[in-house]
Design a protein around this ligand. Structure first.
Ligand code: DX5
Ligand code: ZN
Length: 214
């Protein structure tokens, strides 16, 4: 399991030491949640913070943009050092163009679905993306409860991927801990995002190891 801890739940006053801790853990990516207060009812952090994080680590940055019209920022996100640029299906008017421009900028394109958006909406873009993120909470806040319906969507997504030439990975984000992580692993997820479960754990390195072993 590819574990992508979300630094939304990190200690922003000591971000460097949390990034250093992730470097000693079995985490493979660092998940950066950007919120604009429009697409979601919260504002998190922006590009200068991601750029600072990229200078502290060689781990790939998995940038999850909960913002309207993310295509405006493809070049900025690339210049921040992102490896994966993840945009919401619901936030892109011309998703195909956005995905192509992310790849042309040298990043891996990923697309995210909100809990109420059907997997079938990806039918005509699935072969163009490197990853699909299924939100298992409504985006905007850490620490929410996992929505069980996500399990059905993981299975549907797995079927969609295997019925095409797509090699997209399946990532799940929201309410992930070792219990819900086991459910999504069994359903076929390749990657989990975890914020509060990792940074709220007494031993974050052990928590990440437990998620990685799922
Ligand atoms: C939610 C964010 C998540 C969040 C997950 O809008 O996209 O990445 O950090 O937090 P937990 O793991 O606490 O649900
Ligand atoms: Zn996220």
């Amino acid at each position: 399991m590819i574990v992508a801890p979300s630094i939304l739940s990190a200690d922003f006053g000591h971000l460097a030491s949390d990034i250093e801790m992730l470097g000693r853990s079995r985490a493979q990516w660092i998940h950066c949640d950007v919120m604009d207060g429009v697409f979601v009812p919260n504002i998190s952090f922006g590009f200068p913070v991601i750029k600072a994080v990229s200078k502290l680590t060689d781990m790939p940055l998995d940038v999850h943009l909960m913002i309207v019209d993310p295509d405006r920022y493809v070049g900025v996100v690339r210049d921040c050092g992102a490896a994966i640029m993840n945009v919401h299906y619901e936030a892109c008017t011309h998703l195909h163009r956005t995905v192509q421009s992310i790849r042309a900028a040298g990043m891996k394109p990923a697309v995210t679905l909100n809990p109420a958006t059907p997997v079938a909406m990806l039918q005509d873009i699935i072969e163009d993306v490197d990853m699909v993120l299924l939100m298992s909470v409504n985006p905007g806040f850490g620490g929410q409860s996992f929505i069980e319906h996500t399990i059905k969507k993981i299975k549907e997504l797995k079927n969609l991927i295997s019925s095409t030439s797509s090699k997209a990975l399946i990532q799940v984000d929201g309410g992930i801990n070792t219990t819900t992580g086991r459910l999504v692993a069994e359903a076929g997820a390749d990657s989990v995002v975890a914020g509060s479960a990792v940074f709220g754990a007494p031993d974050p390195i052990a928590e990440i190891a437990a998620l990685a072993a799922l």
